[in-house]
Design a protein around this ligand. Structure first.
Ligand code: AMP
Length: 226
């Protein structure tokens, strides 16, 4: 059973690669009927489709750098214009720069909306490299696994859907993860102060179990939107 939101929520998940943004966003999506909006997923789809934006983004993503604000904002605005986001969104991996945060503020302002909560997932950097370099997902249902920390119960079979195909992201290797971590600290971590100033910042210790973090996030979402 999902909790009921009394107003459309705009939630932002901040945190370095491997902090659990995607996992937690999917859990919140199920629980609250919100839409997970991951600019990384949208960009990967654009790369797979070979659109002009995808072609421009591909090599930047492979290097672990940040795709230009112009491309990311165009992709995000298209997605935000779709009707299913009306119930509310969880922004996963966006905004990542001061320019993107300012553009989001403007976009929401024009729609008479505000950020409900910006949640910073606080983690240990070195543990993130290990998490990112070992992770893979079920190609069918998207369930996340890790080579050592969360293997499938039966080798080669997804615990959740029974699927037998798995995939790894091209940028989930130690070298690229280090560059993504560097980009996070240089360009994204400063946004924590921006949302603190707006009075919507929440921080969560994200080194614990997935369920403990999910529970902390549910409390925050209920409080921010109730
Ligand atoms: P993610 O799936 O969030 O880890 O993103 C994967 C890659 O996509 C990042 O390393 C960036 O190259 C790119 N990317 C995703 N979201 C953004 C964003 N908001 N701004 C710039 N680049 C992004």
């Amino acid at each position: 059973m999902g909790d009921v939101l009394t107003s459309p929520a705009v939630l932002i998940l901040l945190g370095p690669p491997g902090a659990g943004k995607g996992t937690q966003a999917r859990m919140l999506e199920e629980r609250f009927g919100l839409v997970q909006l991951s600019t990384g997923d949208l960009l990967r789809a654009a790369v797979a489709e070979g659109t002009p934006a995808g072609l421009a983004a591909k090599s930047v993503m492979e290097s672990g750098g940040l795709v230009s604000d112009e491309i990311v904002l165009a992709i995000l605005k298209d997605r935000m214009a779709m009707p299913d986001v009306k119930a509310g969104v969880i922004l996963d991996g966006f905004p990542r720069t001061a320019g993107q945060a300012a553009a989001l503020d403007q976009l929401l302002d024009a729609a008479g909306q505000k950020v409900s909560a910006a949640i910073s997932l606080e983690v240990d950097d070195e543990a993130m490299i290990d998490r990112v370099a070992g992770r893979f997902t079920c190609a069918n249902c998207g369930e996340g696994y890790h080579d050592t920390h969360k293997t499938t119960a039966k080798a080669g079979t997804c615990d959740k859907c029974g699927g037998s195909e798995f995939k790894r992201r091209a940028d989930d290797n130690a070298e690229t993860a280090r560059e993504r971590l560097r980009a996070y600290h240089a360009d994204t971590a400063p946004l924590i102060a921006h949302y603190d100033k707006l009075g919507v910042l929440q921080t969560v210790d994200a080194m614990g179990s997935i369920e403990a973090i999910a529970s902390a996030l549910r409390t925050i979402v209920n409080r921010a939107t109730g």
